[in-house]
Design a protein around this ligand. Structure first.
Ligand code: ADP
Length: 265
């Protein structure tokens, strides 16, 4: 709290008033600090792939390009780093859109069960690792009003994380529960888990539990922050539960009106 004080004094020298203005600077300072941290994070995140690329490009121009084995390998590295920067910039653009005051979504009435099934099918078709998918979903149609593209982005991100951290042969379980006025969607893996102290932090921008390792896995550190924004504008909530070494569950909710659905049938 900052106080500005002005003394109201007459020409005669008598003081006949005091104006005290109190500013709440803590909130402003917090925002300023967050903004500075954000810019510093973005700079670091971009510098890492750029410096890697510079050294590989130097090695290539110093002769590695003529080497049948090293040439393609080094080019592959620079390409991966480029891909990472594109992902990062795309994520940043998404977040900056969401930060703007006029961010809106385009919701439609969607049958959530078939929507989720389609996403799981896509991962099941394309997955490179040996991981099982278990679906514990309601048999009936569950209509919710959501922006399909945005929700796809959320679920894609959660599944990609679950796959990244899953052990070979592990199971990823999908559950959808119908509650009074919302549905609860959970995606559980049997991976390394998240330490208790970090369970809320993983939804912050750029927060990673293990910086070096997750960077190696190709993440931007923004996926769950974006998910939180998207679920938030839908009127839902998102959080994580985990037991270290046993697995992680990401849970989110979406508003749901069972009565309205009956009217439809
Ligand atoms: P990233 O792009 O690094 O995956 P996210 O925002 O998606 O960024 O996740 C933030 C961090 O949360 C990750 O770096 C990782 O440390 C942790 N995390 C997310 N999902 C899982 C999971 N299923 N198992 C273990 N750790 C996870």
């Amino acid at each position: 709290l900052r106080a500005n004080m002005s003394v109201i004094q007459r020409e005669t020298g008598f003081v006949n008033g005091l104006i005290v203005v109190l500013h709440d600077v803590t909130e402003q300072e917090k925002l300023d600090r967050e903004r500075r941290e954000f810019v510093s994070n973005v700079s670091h995140e971009l510098r890492t792939p750029l410096t890697t690329m510079r050294s590989y490009l130097e090695a290539l121009s110093d002769g590695a390009i003529k080497d049948d084995e090293l040439g393609p390998r080094f080019l592959g590295v620079t390409r991966n780093e480029t891909e990472r920067m594109i992902r990062l910039v795309n994520d940043l653009l998404d977040l900056s859109k969401m930060d703007s005051r006029n961010f809106t979504i385009n919701p439609d009435w969607i049958n959530f069960t078939s929507f989720l099934n389609q996403i799981i099918d896509r991962f099941e078709m394309s997955k490179e690792r040996h991981v099982h998918f278990k679906r514990l979903l309601p048999k009936e149609a569950v209509f919710v009003e959501i922006d399909e593209d945005k929700l796809t982005q959320v679920i894609d991100n959660i599944i990609s994380n679950a796959l990244k951290y899953s052990p070979e042969g592990g199971t990823i379980t999908f559950r959808v529960k119908l509650l009074d006025d919302h549905i609860e969607v959970s995606i559980s893996d049997q991976g390394i888990g998240i330490p208790k102290d970090n369970l809320t932090k993983v939804f912050e921008r750029f927060y990673r539990v293990d910086r070096a390792r997750t960077r190696q896995l190709g993440g931007t550190g923004l996926g769950l922050a974006i998910a939180k924004e998207i679920i938030g504008v839908h009127g839902g909530d998102i959080w994580a539960k985990s037991q270290e070494g046993k697995g992680t569950t990401i849970i989110f909710t979406l508003p749901y009106d069972p009565v309205q659905e009956d009217d439809w049938l």
